[in-house]
Write a protein that binds this ligand. Structure first.
Ligand code: NAP
Length: 285
């Protein structure tokens, strides 16, 4: 089975390396070609110059790009050349609606589509321990599973097309709340003059312990916000969550607050920083 990876950002690079390690990676494509060339050289695989060229050469097309319009433009390109029986797996975080559009475009070409967003951060992508939530046909998932297993610690089929992205929206709403809680609590701890390494160590071992505190806590209290997960990307995700909530007549108080905070930070030029940059507003409101 031959797989190709489209999108070599913070997530896609680690994913591609793990698929290569498992022996499935035929090649890579990235919009900024230099990134594809250097990774292809490192992994001894093909650097495709167009998504169409990649799609016609592999059985499993993996995608991890930024936003809805990016996914749809990639799908439109690969739909021209994708082989019947191929499985296209989108691991970007986008809306369920985008997943349904992508599945419809590919089904005309007898290719399957899985929405398969992931959680676990750049560390999870690097270490092959991502949690993957999948929407689409079970048979398509089973076909792609050996390749997906190279990138993940856990894969769960959530339901039909769009169910993976709906589950990821749940994750992103939760991540907004956790970000608010951790950045605020640590700024409070700093104001108390506590030893931050000890605060993080002891709280990580108790009921309030969590991934974000363990992985981002120390850096944020030192004013380091290297991505990680770009704040502008989480903002994009939360806008999707807000639209889904509105459709369901549901209110998302913490998400609404986080969107406003992120908009302030983006306006101040911090959109490319990690989401823990929310700490800036807690320290200096
Ligand atoms: P990133 O570092 O900003 O990388 C984005 C990638 O998408 C780059 O390779 C970029 O190409 C490519 N791209 C963007 N627009 C494109 C277009 N129109 N056509 C072709 N390629 C395009 O982002 P990331 O952190 O890897 O995140 C990727 C996706 O995973 C996002 O949907 C994000 O929400 C999701 N995600 C991220 C994390 C995280 O912790 N970072 C965790 C889970 C899920 P260039 O190199 O040319 O710019």
């Amino acid at each position: 089975m031959r797989a190709g990876m489209i999108g070599l950002g913070a997530m896609g690079t680690g994913m591609a390396k793990n698929v290569a390690k498992a022996g499935y990676l035929a090649g890579v494509y990235n919009r900024t070609a230099a990134k594809a060339q250097s990774l292809a050289e490192e992994l001894q695989v093909t650097a495709y110059n167009q998504p169409e060229a990649l799609a016609e050469d592999v059985d499993i097309v993996l995608i991890c790009v930024s936003a809805d319009s990016d996914v749809l433009s990639i799908i439109e390109s690969i739909a021209k050349t994708v082989k019947p029986g191929s499985v296209v797996v989108d691991m970007s975080t986008v809306s369920s609606e985008t997943s349904k559009k992508a599945a419809a475009l590919l089904s005309v070409k007898q290719a399957d589509f899985l929405d398969a967003p992931v959680s676990g951060g750049v560390e999870g992508a690097k270490n092959g321990t991502l949690a993957m939530m999948v929407g689409g046909e079970v048979q398509a998932l089973e076909k792609a599973r050996p390749v997906l297993a190279a990138m993940t610690g856990r894969i769960l089929h959530m339901g039909p097309t769009g169910a993976g992205q709906a589950t990821k929206a749940v994750n992103q709403i939760m991540a907004a709340g956790i970000n608010q809680a951790v950045t605020e609590a640590l700024a409070f701890a700093q104001a108390q003059g506590l030893a931050m390494d000890k605060v993080i160590e002891i709280i990580s071992g108790g009921a309030a312990g969590n991934w974000f505190l363990e992985h981002r806590g120390s850096a944020m209290t030192q004013g380091i916000f290297a991505p990680g997960f770009k704040l502008a990307l989480h903002h994009k995700d939360l806008k999707i969550c807000q639209a889904m909530a509105e459709q369901a007549g549901f209110s998302l108080t913490l998400t609404d607050m986080t969107v406003l905070d992120y908009e302030r930070l983006i306006a101040e030029g911090y959109g490319d920083e990690d989401i823990s940059a929310l700490h800036r507003l807690k320290i200096k409101p």
